[in-house]
Design a protein around this ligand. Structure first.
Ligand SMILES: NC(=O)c1ccc[n+]([C@@H]2O[C@H](COP(=O)([O-])OP(=O)(O)OC[C@H]3O[C@@H](n4cnc5c(N)ncnc54)[C@H](OP(=O)(O)O)[C@@H]3O)[C@@H](O)[C@H]2O)c1
Length: 223
């Protein structure tokens, strides 16, 4: 039996990832900022814990609750979006986005590194975005979101060789343009389709000391 920890699991892609991993027989530890109101998540049967990813004491409390339990798959899913362009920059929003999308996933991997390294699979997958691709960017639309995901990709790529020494493999994943609160109603991929694709990509990825940036269909994404 493998154990999977998924952040930001009360709605959107995270909730569907929980359902998919449970349906495939994994034990799932799922986090939400407010478990008491996370009715759909509580109904899945996952073990639900509170987690605000930007709060070090909240991350520490989750670590305390999980203890030394091995974690086969850590999935950094929690994230926030913004499509503001250069002319509309809000620097408090910029700092918060870096805290949620860039710094928090790294803190999670760092905090749970021993749990991941103690597992059979040893995989940490983080939800990035095609908008974090530097070479595909030609407009300031989504500047702070793009920057947060490009920064996440760089941090993961820089960490990957060192973590590979503990047998831990990192992945950066684009989930598709998904019909969630963040992606909007016009998005062509539904959350269950995205989660099904991500499940296959995450659970079939070979161990590697190099970071791969893959989409939910397993295709390599341009940096
Ligand atoms: N949807 C897309 O088209 C798309 C495309 C590319 C990448 N992504 C990435 O995929 C991931 C999931 O996106 P989604 O579309 O499912 O988004 P979503 O529907 O907006 O859900 C975001 C989740 O993240 C949680 N979250 C946000 N800030 C948090 C914080 N500070 N601490 C803990 N949890 C927090 C939210 O919790 P609350 O309910 O408490 O707010 C919610 O559970 C994100 O990393 C996103 O950047 C999405």
């Amino acid at each position: 039996m493998t154990t999977t920890l998924i952040t930001g699991a009360n709605r959107g892609i995270g909730l569907e990832l929980v359902r998919k991993f449970l349906a495939q027989g994994h034990d799932v530890i799922a986090t939400a900022r407010d478990p008491e109101t996370s009715n759909e998540l509580n109904a899945t049967g996952a073990k639900v814990y509170p987690l605000e990813v930007t709060d070090a004491s909240s991350v520490a409390a989750l670590k305390e609750a999980v203890g030394d339990q091995p974690i086969d798959y850590l999935i950094n899913n929690a994230g926030i979006g913004s499509f503001a362009a250069f002319k509309d920059l809000d620097y408090d929003a910029f700092a918060n986005m870096l805290a949620v999308n860039t710094i928090a996933p790294i803190r999670m991997i760092d905090t749970f590194l021993d749990n991941i390294a103690a597992s059979d699979v040893k995989m940490a997958a983080s939800l990035s975005s095609m908008m974090g691709s530097i070479e595909n960017t030609q407009a300031s639309f989504g500047l702070i979101y793009r920057t947060s995901k490009a920064g996440l990709n760089m941090a993961l790529r820089a960490a990957a060789p060192e973590l590979a020494e503990k047998g831990v493999t990192l992945l950066a994943l684009h989930p598709g343009w998904v019909n969630t609160d963040m992606g909007g109603k016009q998005a062509p991929v539904n959350p269950a389709q995205s989660a099904a694709g991500l499940y296959t990509v995450i659970t079939t990825a070979e161990p590697s000391s190099e970071l791969r940036f893959l989409d939910f269909e397993g295709k390599t994404h341009p940096w």
